[in-house]
Design a protein around this ligand. Structure first.
Ligand code: ADP
Ligand code: MG
Ligand code: MG
Length: 911
C-alpha cells in the first residue's frame, strides 16, 4: 500500500504549498488564501482539496483513490499545528468547509462552518471559551458554544442533507418570538440549547437519521456536498449565463475556524480597498460585532460602516488598513476581503481582485498607473469595450427621492422612461402619437416584435439574460429589464402590481437596463460624460472628472498601440461628421439605398417601370446630380480620409409600395371609376418583381448587371463628386464597392464599365478611385484568390456572410428561435452579435489568406455589425485585416479593443 501511496496523484495542498496563480487547480479562494498565508498575513491554517479531485468525484460518483488518505494526513498535520483534535470533547478543533471555483460564482455553492461540534465537544468549546482571558462571564461562553452548534446543524442540514432552510429559520423566529425579541443576540445559552434540540428534530424528520456526531463523518459529508454543489441547478444556470465552462469543478477549502461570535470584542466584516462603484480611494466596508461571517450577507442585523471599527478596536482597525494597503500593492488592483476578529485578534478569511462597475474599472486603472503600480499596457488590458459601451449610455439621475420598486436582470443596457403598455398593438399606437412607451409583459414572444420595435424599453417579469425579450432587445439596442419577478403582470386587466402598488396602462415607469432596477414615475436622464468627451465638449485636461481623464488616457494609449484602423458605417454627412469626432479614420461602408427614398421615389419608380425608349435614361439622368450632391457632402466631411461607397444593394421592389396596399388602392379607385392606368402598371410591376426569398434574389451586383445604366450612374456620380471636391481644394478618396459578388466574372463585368467612366471623368484631376468588392457570399470567400485579381480591396460583409453561412434569415431568426438556441447552448452568443470564429470566421480567414496570396497588399476590411463587437475586433486583428468599420457610436469601442488586441497578443507593434 505504501508503494501505491507514493504514486498517488496529489489532491490536497496545504496553504503553504499554493499560490495565487494556481486558481485553476485550487480555485480562487484557495489560491488566494495560500497567497496571503505565504505573505505572512494572519490566515487561519488549513488546506485545499483540488478541483481535479472534484472532477474525478463528479465523473465517477466516488472520491478518487488516495484522496481520503491525503485528507487524513493533512488533517493530522493541522491538528498538530493547532495543538487540538477535530471535534475533541475537551478542546475541539473546528473547521469550515468552503467551496471555491476558478471563477467566482457568488452565492452559488456551499460553505459549512463549525464542523467538528457535537453533543460533547460543544461543552468542551464552552469550557475553553470561558477559560480564556477576557470573557466576561462563562454564561457568554456557553451562549457562544451553543450558538456555534446551532449554526452547524442549520448549515449542515441545509447544504449537506437538503433540509429546507426555512424550517430552521422558522424555528429561530419562534425562539425569538418566545423571548419577545427580534434580535438573535437576546437569545441566551438556554434558549440556544433549546434551539439545538429543535434543529435536531427538524434534521431527523427530514433525513430520517440523527444529526451525525462523528467529526470526521461531518467533514467527509461536507466535502462531498461541496463537490456536488458544483452541479446544483442554480450553479449550472449561472455558469451557462456567465459562460463559465461546466467541467472546471470546485475546490474545497478546509479552514481552521476563528470566531467572530465570541462576544462584543469579536466580529466579522467585508471590505474593499477602493470604492467598487466609482473607483474612488478610501475605506469601504461593513462590520458586524459578535457575529459569524454568514450573518453579514444574510442581513440579520444591521452592519455598521467599517470606519466605526476604529472606535471599537483601534489596533485591529489599523492592522486591517495596513493589510489592505499591502494587498493592493501585491495584487496591483482593487481587492475585496473578508475578515473576522476573534477577541481583538484579526484574521483574514478571503481576498480576491474585486468586481467593479464600468466607471470604476477605468478610474482604478488610471489611478494605478499614477501610483506606478501598473503600466499603460496593463491598464488597457484591465478595461474593455463592453465597459466603455456601458459608459456611453445615458444614465438616470438618481440623486433625489427615487427608490426602485423592483429589481430584475439588466438584460440590455440604457435608461428608459415611458408610458406603460401591455400589448404590442398599444405600443405601436402610442408610439405613432410620438409617445415614449415601456412594453410590460410576463415574457415576450415573436408576436411582440412590433411592440418591441415601437417601445423605448421592455420590462418582463420572467426570463433571464437569454430570454426572448433579452436577446431581441440587445439585438435592437433597446433598453430591457427581464425577470423582475416582484412584478405581477395582469395583461387582460392592463395593470401590474409591485410592492403593494398598482400600475395601470398609461402610468409612467422608468427602467435601468444596466442595473435591472425599475422605478415608478419619470426619472430624469443624464447624458453620458464619456460621450460628451468624445464629442469634444469636455476637455479632459481641464475638468475635474476622474472618469473622463482615465478614459482619455487609456484611449490615447490604445490609439498608439493598435494596428487595425477604425472606420465607420455612415450614409450621411451628419453621421460622417459625428463618427469623425469619435475617431473614425474613414468610412468603411456608405450605403446608397437611402438616397433613393423620399421625393426621389418617383424617379426610381420611373426607372423600374420604364417601357418607352429613353425613359430609363431620363430617370437616371435626373438621379445623377442628386447622387453627386450626396457624395460631395460626405467627401467634404471625410476630407482626406477614404470613403467606401457601396453600389445599390437591396432588391428594387423595396422601393415600390407594398403589394397589399397597392392592390387595395387600385380596387378602390376602379370602383370609383377613376383612371388607374398608372397604378395598374405599378401593381403589375410589383407582382412581376415579387420574390419568395428577396435576400437571395435580384439584388446587389445582380441588379447592376440586369438594369442597364444603374451602376454606371452611381459610378459617375462618385467620380464627379470626387473631382469636384479636388477642384475645391479638398482630398476625396473614393473606394467603389460592389455588393454580393459570388464570382469573379460578375466583378470583371462591372469593373470594365466602371473603369471607362472613371477614366473619362477623372482625367488629370489627380483623383484616384479604387474598385473592390464585398465578400459576403460564401462562394466569394472560397474563390477569393480569383476575385482578388479584379479587386483592389475586400470588405467582409459579415452580416450577410453569417446569414448565408448559417442559412439564417436574420430578420426572422432572432425573434423566432435564437432564445432557444442560446438556452440550449448551441451557441453562447448570437452569431450576428459576435463573429462565429469556427465557421463564418474560417471563411474570412480563407478569403484573407487567398486574396492576399493572389494580390499582395490587397486592402482588407470588415463592415458588418461585428466591426464594433469587442471579441470580433480581436479576431479581425488576429486574421490581419487592415481596418474594421462600425456604426459611429461603436467607433470608440473598436479603437479600444483594437489596442487591447495588440497588448493581449503580447505584441508591442504600434502604427
Ligand atoms: P462565500 O464564497 O459564499 O463567501 P465563504 O466560504 O467565504 O463563502 O464563507 C461564508 C462566510 O463564512 C464568510 O463570511 C466567511 O468569512 C466565513 N468563514 C468561512 N470560513 C471561516 C472560518 N474558518 N472561520 C470563520 N469564518 C469563516
Ligand atoms: Mg466569501
Ligand atoms: Mg450585404
Amino acid at each position: 500500500m505504501a508503494a501505491q501511496e507514493t504514486v498517488d496523484h496529489k489532491y490536497v495542498y496545504d496553504f503553504s504549498e499554493g499560490n495565487k496563480d494556481l486558481k485553476e487547480l485550487l480555485g480562487g479562494k484557495g489560491a488566494n488564501l495560500a497567497e496571503m498565508s505565504n505573505l505572512g498575513l494572519p490566515v487561519p491554517p488549513g488546506f485545499t482539496i483540488t478541483t481535479e479531485a472534484c472532477q474525478a468525484y463528479l465523473a465517477t460518483g466516488r472520491e478518487p483513490d488516495g484522496l481520503a488518505g491525503q485528507i487524513e494526513s493533512h488533517l493530522e498535520a493541522l491538528e498538530r499545528a493547532m495543538g487540538k483534535r477535530l471535534g475533541d470533547p475537551q478542546d475541539p478543533l473546528l473547521v469550515s468547509v468552503r467551496s471555491g471555483a476558478k471563477f467566482s460564482m457568488p452565492g452559488m455553492m456551499e460553505t459549512v462552518l463549525n464542523v467538528g461540534l457535537n453533543d460533547q465537544s460543544v461543552e468542551g468549546l464552552a469550557r475553553q471559551a470561558g477559560g480564556l482571558a477576557g470573557q466576561a462571564a462563562s454564561g457568554g461562553a456557553d451562549r457562544f458554544a451553543w450558538d456555534s452548534y446551532r449554526r452547524l446543524i442549520q448549515m449542515f442540514g441545509k447544504t449537506v442533507c437538503e433540509v429546507p432552510g426555512e424550517e430552521f429559520e422558522h424555528a429561530l423566529d419562534e425562539a425569538k418570538h418566545a423571548k419577545g425579541t427580534h434580535n438573535d443576540l437576546d437569545l441566551d445559552a438556554d434558549d440556544l440549547r433549546g434551539l439545538v434540540d429543535a434543529y435536531k428534530k427538524i434534521f431527523l424528520e427530514h433525513t430520517g437519521r440523527e444529526f451525525p456526531q462523528q467529526p470526521r463523518e461531518q467533514l467527509d459529508l461536507a466535502i462531498r456536498a461541496v463537490f456536488e454543489s458544483w452541479n446544483a441547478e442554480r450553479a449550472v444556470l449561472y455558469r451557462r449565463q456567465e459562460r463559465i465552462p461546466a467541467d472546471l469543478g470546485t475546490a474545497v477549502n478546509v479552514v481552521t475556524m476563528v470566531f467572530g461570535n465570541l462576544g462584543p470584542d469579536s466580529g466579522t466584516g467585508v471590505a474593499f480597498t477602493r470604492d467598487p462603484g466609482s473607483g474612488a480611494q478610501g475605506i469601504y466596508g461593513d462590520y458586524l460585532a459578535n457575529a459569524q461571517g454568514e450573518d453579514v450577507v444574510a442581513g440579520i442585523r444591521n452592519t455598521v460602516p467599517l470606519q466605526e471599527l476604529e472606535q471599537l478596536d483601534k489596533s485591529s482597525y489599523d492592522e486591517l488598513l495596513g493589510i489592505m494597503a499591502r494587498l493592493e500593492e501585491h495584487y496591483k488592483d482593487l481587492c475585496d476581503i473578508e475578515f473576522t476578529i476573534e477577541r481583538g485578534k484579526l484574521w483574514m478569511l478571503q481576498t480576491r481582485v474585486g468586481k467593479r462597475t464600468a466607471a470604476a474599472a477605468f478610474v482604478i486603472a488610471g489611478q494605478l498607473v499614477d501610483e506606478g503600480l501598473i503600466d499603460l499596457d496593463e491598464a488597457l488590458h484591465r478595461v474593455n469595450g463592453a465597459q466603455l459601451a456601458q459608459l456611453m449610455f445615458p444614465r438616470f439621475q438618481l440623486d433625489h427621492e427615487f427608490q426602485p420598486v423592483a429589481k430584475g436582470i439588466g438584460a440590455s443596457p440604457g435608461a428608459a422612461s415611458g408610458t406603460v403598455v401591455f400589448t404590442s398593438a398599444r405600443a405601436v399606437e402610442l408610439a405613432a402619437e410620438g409617445k415614449s412607451v415601456i412594453l410590460v409583459r410576463r415574457e415576450t414572444n415573436p408576436d411582440d416584435l412590433n411592440g418591441m420595435i415601437a417601445a423605448q424599453g421592455i420590462l418582463t417579469s420572467r426570463g433571464g439574460k437569454t430570454s426572448h425579450a433579452a436577446v431581441v432587445a440587445r439585438g435592437m439596442g433597446k433598453t430591457c429589464v427581464s425577470g423582475a419577478d416582484e412584478i405581477e403582470v395582469n395583461v387582460p386587466a392592463k395593470r401590474f402590481t409591485v410592492a403593494g402598488q398598482t400600475v395601470n396602462e398609461g402610468d409612467v415607469v422608468s427602467i435601468d437596463g444596466t442595473t435591472g432596477k425599475v422605478y415608478l414615475g419619470e426619472v430624469p436622464v443624464m447624458p453620458s460624460e464619456v460621450v460628451q468627451y468624445f464629442e469634444g465638449s469636455l476637455d479632459p485636461e481641464h475638468i475635474d472628472n476622474a472618469l473622463v481623464r482615465a478614459v482619455h488616457r487609456i484611449m490615447t494609449h490604445a490609439d498608439g498601440k493598435r494596428r487595425l484602423a477604425v472606420r465607420t458605417n455612415a450614409d450621411t454627412g451628419a453621421d460622417a461628421a459625428r463618427a469623425r469626432r469619435f475617431g473614425a479614420e474613414g468610412i468603411g461602408l456608405c450605403r446608397t439605398e437611402h438616397m433613393f427614398l423620399g421625393d426621389r421615389r418617383e424617379l426610381v419608380e420611373r426607372l423600374i417601370l420604364a417601357r418607352a425608349p429613353g425613359e430609363r435614361e431620363a430617370a437616371l439622368a435626373a438621379l445623377l446630380p442628386l447622387q453627386r450632391a450626396d457624395f460631395e457632402e460626405i467627401f467634404r466631411e471625410m476630407d482626406g480620409l477614404p470613403v467606401t461607397v457601396r453600389l445599390i444593394d437591396p432588391p428594387l421592389h423595396e422601393f415600390l409600395p407594398p403589394l397589399e396596399q397597392l392592390a387595395v388602392n387600385v380596387a378602390v379607385a376602379q370602383e370609383r371609376g377613376e383612371d388607374v392606368a398608372k397604378e395598374e402598371a405599378l401593381l403589375a410591376a410589383v407582382r412581376r418583381m415579387h420574390e419568395e426569398n428577396p435576400m437571395l434574389g435580384l439584388r446587389g451586383v445582380r441588379l447592376g448587371l440586369v438594369i442597364p445604366g444603374l451602376f454606371a450612374m452611381q459610378v459617375r456620380a462618385i467620380a464627379e463628386a470626387a473631382v469636384s471636391c479636388a477642384r475645391n481644394g479638398g482630398v476625396a478618396k473614393p473606394e467603389i464597392m460592389v455588393p454580393l459578388v459570388g464570382a469573379v466574372q460578375e466583378l470583371e463585368t462591372v469593373r470594365a464599365e466602371a473603369e471607362k467612366i472613371i477614366a473619362e471623368v477623372v482625367g488629370d484631376s489627380g483623383v484616384e478611385v479604387l474598385i473592390g468588392t464585398m465578400i459576403e457570399v460564401p462562394r466569394a470567400a472560397l474563390t477569393a484568390g480569383q476575385i482578388a485579381e479584379a479587386a483592389e480591396f475586400f470588405s467582409f460583409g459579415t452580416n450577410d456572410l453569417t446569414q448565408m453561412g448559417w442559412g439564417f434569415s436574420r430578420d426572422d431568426v432572432e425573434g423566432a428561435f435564437f432564445w432557444r438556441y442560446l438556452e440550449l447552448g448551441i451557441f453562447g452568443i448570437s452569431p450576428f452579435e459576435s463573429i462565429d470564429r469556427d465557421g463564418v470566421g474560417r471563411l474570412v480567414r480563407i478569403a484573407a489568406e487567398e486574396g492576399r496570396a493572389a494580390r499582395p497588399g490587397l486592402k482588407l476590411g470588415i463592415c458588418g455589425e461585428h466591426g464594433g463587437d469587442p471579441d470580433s475586433v480581436h479576431f479581425f486583428h488576429e486574421v490581419g485585416l487592415d481596418y474594421v468599420s462600425c456604426s459611429p457610436f461603436r467607433v470608440p469601442v473598436a479603437r479600444l479593443e483594437a489596442g487591447r488586441a495588440v497588448v493581449e497578443s503580447g505584441g508591442s507593434d504600434s502604427r
